[in-house]
Design a protein around this ligand. Sequence first.
Ligand code: ADP
Ligand code: MG
Length: 252
Amino acid sequence: MSIIKTENICKSFGSVDVLKNVSLTVEPGEVVVIIGPSGAGKSTYLRSLNHLEKPTSGKIWIDDKLIEDRVNGHNQVKLPHKERAAILLEMGMVFQRFNLFPHKTALQNVMLAPMNVKGVPEKEAKEKAVKLLNQVGLGDKLDSYPAKLSGGQQQRVAIARALAMEPKMMLFDEPTSALDPELVGDVLNVMKELAEEGMTMLVVTHEMGFAREVADRVVFMYDGAILEEGSPKEIFTNPKHDRTRQFLQSVL
Ligand code: ADP
Ligand code: MG
C-alpha cells in the first residue's frame, strides 16, 4: 500500500536532464522530507506528481492507482478527465509563494475552492473554513485581506485553503523559504500538528530542525537524482555520501 509512488521519473528540458530516474514511495501517514541543494530538481519532482509538469518518462501511482506511465513525454495511461481530476484533488499543495486572491478575505480564500470545485454549499464551506482558520491560529483574521496579513499568516491561510479540499496527502514546496525568519516557526508548527494528526506529507524544505523532528524519512536529492534516503538519524548523523555530508555542513 502506497499513497504516492513513482518509478524512474525522468524529466528533460531540452538537452538538460533535470530528473534522472527518481523512484520514491510514500506510505499512508508518512512524513517524507526532501532536502538538497538549489537546482537539484526537488520542485520539478513535486510538480510532476501534481500534473504541473509532464515527466519525459516514468510511472506515477497516486493512492495505488497508476495515473501516469510516460514514454517519450506521452502518457500511456488513458484516464477519463473526471477520474484524473478527482485523483489530483487528493493532493493538497502549498508553494513558497502563497498566491492568495488579493481581493478576497482569508475566509473567502479558504471557502472558494470547495464551493466552486466541489459544489459544497456556502454555509458548510464557511463552517469548515472557520474551523480550519482556527486550527492554523487565524481565528481572529477571518475577515482580513491578504495585504493586511504577514507572510506567515498568508502561508497559514494557504495551508487552510489546501486542507479545505480534504486532501489525502499534502505536498509542500519550501513553504517557509519566502518568510522572514521570525515568521517561520508558526508555519512549521502548523505543519507539525498536521503531521501529528496523521496527514501524509511530502515536504521540500531547508528547515533541518523540522526534518529532524517531524520526518519519518529524509530523502537527499542531488543533480536530479535521489542520492540517499533514510531516517533523520541516519541522514543527519551518518550520511553515506560525501555530497550529503557537504550539503548538511552548508546548511546546518
Ligand atoms: P530545486 O527545486 O531543487 O531548486 P528545480 O526543480 O526548480 O530545482 O530545478 C531543477 C533544474 O531544472 C534547474 O537547473 C532549473 O534551472 C531547471 N528547470 C526547472 N524548470 C525549468 C523550465 N521550465 N525550463 C528549463 N529548465 C528548468
Ligand atoms: Mg525548488
